[in-house]
Design a protein around this ligand. Structure first.
Ligand code: EPU
Length: 343
């Protein structure tokens, strides 16, 4: 198995901060994964393309960076089945499907990262979530050294949630994701920003519109380092929402099951006066307050401090606790950012 000692992760995390792993392993076959299991690593982190990871310290844990490639297409009766290996790039995969006349993922265009990372946080944008099309995930289990199939119902998908992020964390890794795309496709134009398009809009046109919106609203991580939304949109109790909405009638709100309401974290951060706020070379993005950008800091600690500051300000003003969407990795492994020592 490919292995590199003293591996710098500066080019492997979208915040562009420096952090060094004592060793990084790059498994690309099942035999490599069996070898990896045999190492019984006590602490490690599985890295895709590093677009949803904040490396908080300048030493990282041992890194496992899968290198599984390939896409297979199978024609089903009502569905086209597409199996994509974990290390395929997500946006290229979306473009590939659409070029092949396979539709469904157009609203998820331009999301940075790999195919294997997509089910972990059940990526979603512009009215579509990966879980709508994900049929099965192939998983290599370190303990039994075997490949396990997780069917859609076993993946425990939720808003930016899945079994891979929780119960299965560090117990194995995703090898491939299989999608089922119904042959009868209709454009999903429910999201404000796409709702002006006619129902006849083609998949490629929807994709281009999504790309346009993203390029306008979100900073390009290749130009201004960031990891997309830093926090999840919080879901609050109806009573709390009622109090807030009477004070802020324009607050964006999305009713949820169980009498709860999801509110926009970006709006809360903006109302807290933090849009465009800068400190120690990092800042809250000027156009989308849910995104923390790195202008010139070389260490993840400054990003972590700013995130915790934002969290405290929003908690003080709205009594709402923001939960990070970005995964925080310390020298000893992944921890909740809020347990961070300076928090
Ligand atoms: N808003 C503000 N100020 C801001 C940002 C947003 O007032 O600075 C308001 C907007 O005007 C809008 C509402 O908040 O009324 C929601 O904003 P937006 O439509 O931009 O989406 P979001 O809820 O901030 C979520 C996802 C994004 C995804 C978009 C589009 C999360 C955590 N984020 O953002 O996903 O692209 O919806 O579907 O759910 C990501 O996960 O990295 C990501 C970018």
């Amino acid at each position: 198995m490919k292995k590199i000692s003293n591996f710098s992760l500066k080019k492997n995390n979208s915040f562009g901060v420096e952090s060094v792993a004592s060793v990084a392993y790059f498994p690309s076959t099942i035999d490599d994964l069996i070898e990896l299991s045999g190492l019984n690593l006590s602490s490690f982190y599985i890295l895709g393309e590093g677009f949803n990871t904040l490396l908080v310290e300048n030493q990282s844990p041992i890194i496992v960076k899968p290198e599984f490639k390939g896409i297979e297409i199978d024609e089903g009766l009502n569905c086209t089945i597409v199996k994509a290996a974990a290390s395929e790039n997500w946006h290229e995969f979306v473009g590939f499907c659409i070029e092949q006349g396979i539709y469904g993922l157009e609203n998820l265009a331009l999301i940075p990262g790999s195919v294997g990372a997509a089910p972990v946080q059940n990526i979603g944008a512009y009215g579509v979530e990966l879980s709508q099309y994900c049929q099965e995930v192939l998983w290599f289990d370190f303990e039994t050294e075997s490949v396990i199939k997780y069917q859609h119902k076993d993946c425990a998908f939720g808003y930016r949630e899945s079994i891979f992020k929780r119960e299965l964390k560090n117990k194995g890794l995703i090898i491939s994701v299989t999608f089922c795309f119904p042959k009868k496709w209709t454009a999903n134009l429910t999201y404000a920003g796409l709702d002006h398009l006619p129902a006849s809009t083609s998949s490629k046109e929807v994709m281009n519109e999504v790309i346009k919106i993203r390029q306008y609203k979100l900073p390009d991580p290749h130009k201004l380092p960031n990891a997309g939304s830093f926090f999840k949109n919080p879901v609050i109790e109806h009573d709390q929402w009622q109090t807030l909405i009477s004070e802020f009638p324009n607050m964006p709100s999305y009713p949820q099951p169980n009498n709860k309401v999801k509110v926009a974290a970006g709006w809360l951060i903006e109302q807290a006066g933090l849009k465009g706020y800068k400190a120690k070379g990092v800042g809250v993005h000027e156009k989308q307050a849910l995104v923390i950008v790195n202008y010139e800091a070389d260490c993840g600690e400054y990003v972590a401090s700013l995130a915790l500051y934002v969290r405290r300000q929003v908690a003080q003003q709205f009594n709402i606790i923001l939960e990070p969407e970005v995964r925080a990795v310390f020298s000893k492994g992944e921890y909740n950012l809020t347990e961070y020592k300076n928090g």
